[in-house]
Write a protein that binds this ligand. Structure first.
Ligand SMILES: [Zn+2]
Length: 148
């Protein structure tokens, strides 16, 4: 059984979201930076002042489907289709990873004011999952840019 070295969980979790977003944006839509930014975007809630309280907390409104839809709507106005696809895939990947952790996410907020947890037997941020995601992502990037 793997474990994270002390102090590495949050940086590795954030880096994993960024890497997964980058790979999805790159491999599926040829928009790596849009994927990277959208993969990281939900965790911008770490920067919110704690005084704001719910739902402006970590794993609050930025981890709800309504935030994903708002991001897609905003991107639809200012971006072309590939960027929009990268944004949707990467932001969605972040929510998918986080919903498989015991803390869950408020996917249906404001319709349902509680966090949902999808138990798939191993958490989206378990060390084994993180290692698997990194191997798959680095393999996909290597394949995507082979011969360049
Ligand atoms: Zn998150």
């Amino acid at each position: 059984m793997l474990s994270y070295p002390p102090g590495t969980f949050i940086p590795l979790a954030i880096a994993t979201h960024g890497l997964v977003g980058l790979v999805l944006g790159s491999v599926l839509f040829d928009r790596p930076l849009a994927g990277l930014a959208a993969g990281l975007a939900p965790d911008a809630d770490f920067l919110l002042p704690a005084a704001l309280g719910w739902p402006f907390v970590h794993r609050g409104i930025t981890h709800a489907a309504v935030a994903l839809l708002a991001a897609i709507a905003l991107a639809a106005v200012f971006s072309e289709r590939r960027t929009l696809g990268a944004l949707a895939a990467a932001y969605g990947s972040h929510l998918l990873i986080d919903i498989t952790t015991p803390k869950g996410i408020p996917l249906l907020y404001p319709l349902l004011d509680e966090r949902l947890y999808l138990d798939i037997g191993i958490g989206g941020h378990a060390p084994e999952t993180t290692l698997t995601l990194w191997v798959l992502c680095l393999g996909a990037i290597g394949y995507r840019y082979r011969g360049r």
